[in-house]
Design a protein around this ligand. Structure first.
Ligand code: IVH
Length: 705
């Protein structure tokens, strides 16, 4: 058992220890209940359970599905029911300085044609404190609170209705006239004073304390016993609209007022601002007075006031174009950089990171920070043993900002990746994990391990990525298990995961495993034999193909067969039509296309893919709204100047209706929308006989004239 007091554990250490404890306690449960052969005394067993509980109390966000605390007796309690939000719960784009905020306003002005054409029209925003709590979605039917859920992954959250019912400020029934159905979004939080008092009482009882108010709020809501939630001093602010059966307001400011009339607590600090300057002034004022607020805030959220503009602005990947989080400056601390270490990522990138003397930065203990790359280290001249300033901003990974030169140890040497990567007695930089040659290609910022297929670090990282939440989302196959299973040869390629059921006996016999945990893992894998195309593409871990790019590809090619065929065609004809079709997808440039081509050019990758496809079913890309749309699946090109909207808005609307917007005209184009002063694209459309539409015809087609 670890001897580090719970209070001093870093998040990383806590995570590792919880993983270890879950395994260990499960093993003792099995020895005791199933085999009737306990290896430890009851007191020792209780100490393990108590330690697990104490760590979880401090870091509720790290509670594992397989934690002993989530079980009633021997069987897992099944945790919370999942609920699909009627509208996705989005995240926010971050701004860190005034310049970013001006950029946001400029983007809005450029998007909405009336605003671009007439700079004198003001852009009103509502500025609200950004509460550091836990976001929730509240569903009301005919004014009655029927369901409450956490954000989860944005699409699906956890049903915490019964716990939320115990929050006193939450209206169980709306006052006055209410729509048939409405989703209200807001934040559950704990006030600073209540948090301190609660921690004090817990400490006095010998219980573990929470690390910060946000963890305390999350831990209180995300545990299974509503009686416990009821005892916690949770509060609520409502601040956004989800789905609604009817229009409830024309502006966000009006909506906040409506929320108040329905009986919701709405943040009294919120302001309607008529200009950028007013919005920034609000930010500066609240940054100065925030210590006097009874709750923690980590910035200001600006929201475009007019709902019709919000709707037109829409969203990019997971964040709305109509809102922005303006964060407060990061919290800083001084500590010692013990050494610069190197880790190997899934694509072979060798990333230097700072191994730090652990230090508390704004309530979180930090022991590691990112150092980006060699040039960055050289620019700031970080050296082993230096005293450095580190900073943490919100959920961002901690960064090393600068060196305190006066405290530099005598005789220290500048850091060099080549030297660090060259083992004593050798002459060449090599990967610290597999020993393959390490190279830094010209024009690239990163060093890279060349052992793509032999480097265990890359293979394990790829496997972890494959199983991660936004990819195959296989519960129980996180860092630890993926690494252990890989090194023991149980899984070498993704397809192996789906064949693990044949090796159940071997898994069960592993240390810390038993019949129950093995079944749980295999069930989690079985549940993922069907997967949507975009997740599948993302899971492959192709360089530069993140979540958003994977979605673009899925939307364009629609089925795994079509996508695979097109990509293989590109390998055969690197400059052929298939390649141009790919780079013609908006937001996919040659650099991304080349990485996809390189992936398919490797026979090993093609084999692994084919193998995987014998095990899983990839669902074609569909979007519910688009099915009913007249332009779903059509390829559209815009050319010339449009009257009613900017090109960007036209494109965003077409995409929201399920169309693919392309940059150039080809035989595959379905419609070319021709604005004023159209040039060669219109001519080419005529040549190829592609249907051409005026702006009015286009608007009539999509029903938005
Ligand atoms: S609006 C689409 N307003 O910030 C906009 N969010 O980083 C939805 N948050 O998940 C969010 N205070 O948990 C909004 N006044 C506020 C907020 C707020 C805190 C949180 C919320 C959200 C996160 C996004």
């Amino acid at each position: 058992m670890s001897t580090i007091p719970v209070e001093q554990l870093t998040e990383e250490e806590a995570k590792a220890e919880l993983a270890r404890l879950a395994k260990e306690i499960a093993r003792h449960d099995e020895l005791y209940y199933q085999k009737d052969a306990p290896e430890i005394s009851d007191a020792e067993y209780d100490a393990l359970v108590q330690r697990n509980r104490a760590i979880e109390a401090r870091f509720p966000e790290l509670i594992r599905a397989d934690s002993p605390s989530q079980r009633v007796g021997a069987a897992p309690a099944g945790a919370f029911k999942k609920v699909k939000h009627l509208r996705p719960m989005l995240s926010l784009e971050n701004a860190f300085d005034d310049e970013d905020v001006r950029g946001f306003f400029a983007g809005v002005r450029n998007f909405i044609k009336e605003l671009r054409d007439d700079p004198s029209i003001p852009i009103e925003v509502v500025a609200e404190p950004k509460i550091d709590g836990l976001s929730i979605s509240l569903l009301y039917e005919n004014g009655e609170f029927v369901r409450g859920a956490t954000r989860g992954d944005g699409a699906v959250g956890e049903d915490v209705t019964e716990n939320l019912r115990t929050v006193q400020l939450l209206p169980k029934r709306l006052d006055g006239k209410a729509p048939a159905l409405i989703e209200v979004r807001g934040e559950v939080y704990m006030e600073k004073a209540a948090f301190l008092a609660m921690n004090e009482a817990r400490a006095a009882r010998g219980e573990a304390v929470f690390a910060n108010p946000r963890n305390a709020a999350a831990g209180s809501l995300r545990q299974l016993d509503p009686r416990i939630t009821a005892e916690r001093p949770l509060k609520l602010f409502a601040y956004a609209l989800g789905e609604a059966s009817e229009e409830v307001a024309e502006t966000h400011w009006e909506f906040l007022d409506q929320l108040r009339r329905w009986g919701f607590p709405v943040n009294p600090e919120s302001r309607l601002c008529g200009s950028i300057e007013e919005a920034l002034a609000f930010h500066h004022q609240i940054a100065e007075t925030r210590a006097r607020l009874p709750y923690d805030i980590d910035g200001v959220v600006y929201k475009i006031n007019r709902f019709d503009w919000q709707k037109r602005l829409g969203m990019v990947s997971r964040a709305p174009r109509w809102a922005l989080a303006h964060k407060f400056p990061a919290e800083r601390a001084v500590t010692v950089l013990k050494s610069i270490e190197i880790s190997v990522g899934r694509t072979g990138v060798l990333t230097p990171w700072a191994n730090l003397e652990p230090v508390n930065v704004g309530g979180v203990v930090v022991a590691r920070a990112t150092l980006h790359n060699e040039d960055e280290i050289a620019r700031k001249d970080f050296r082993d043993g230096d005293t450095v300033v580190i900073q943490r901003a919100g959920d961002v990974i901690p960064q090393v900002v600068s060196v305190v030169l006066e405290r530099r140890p005598r005789g220290s040497k500048p850091f060099s990746m080549a030297a660090k990567l060259t083992p004593p007695g050798q002459h060449e930089p090599v990967c610290p994990i597999c020993g393959s040659k390490a190279v830094r290609e010209e024009g690239q910022a990163h060093w890279r391990c060349t052992g793509t297929l032999v480097c265990p670090a890359q293979a394990v990282e790829r496997m972890i990525h494959f199983c991660s939440r936004l990819a195959f989302d296989i519960e129980g196959m996180g860092e630890k298990n993926a690494a252990a299973f890989w090194s023991d040869g149980l899984i070498r390629t993704p397809a192996d995961l789906f064949r693990l059921h044949r090796r159940a006996a071997e898994i069960e016999a592993r240390e810390g495993w038993g019949a129950v945990s093995t079944r749980k893992l295999l069930d989690a894998i079985e549940r993922r034999r069907r997967i949507p195309l975009d997740r599948f593409i993302y899971a492959l871990g192709i360089r530069q193909v993140g979540e958003a790019t994977a979605k673009l590809l899925a939307r364009h090619y629609r089925s795994i067969g079509a996508w695979k065929q097109a990509m293989e065609e590109i390998v055969r004809h690197p400059d052929g039509e298939a390649y141009h079709e790919l780079t013609n997808i908006s937001q996919i440039g040659p650099s991304v296309a080349d990485d996809i081509r390189r992936f398919f050019a490797e026979e090993h990758n093609r084999e692994a893919l084919e193998d995987l496809l014998t095990e899983v079913t990839v669902e074609d890309f569909t979007r519910p709204a688009a099915a009913a749309s007249p332009i779903a699946g059509k390829t559209v090109v815009f050319t010339g100047t449009l009257e009613k909207m900017t090109r960007q808005e036209a494109k965003s609307r077409a995409e929201a209706l399920g169309a693919n917007v392309a940059g150039s005209v080809s035989k595959k184009t379905d419609y070319v929308v021709v604005g004023a002063d159209a040039g060669s694209k219109a001519a080419k459309a005529k040549d190829l006989g592609v249907t051409m539409l005026t702006e009015e015809e286009w608007l009539a087609l999509i029903g938005g004239a």
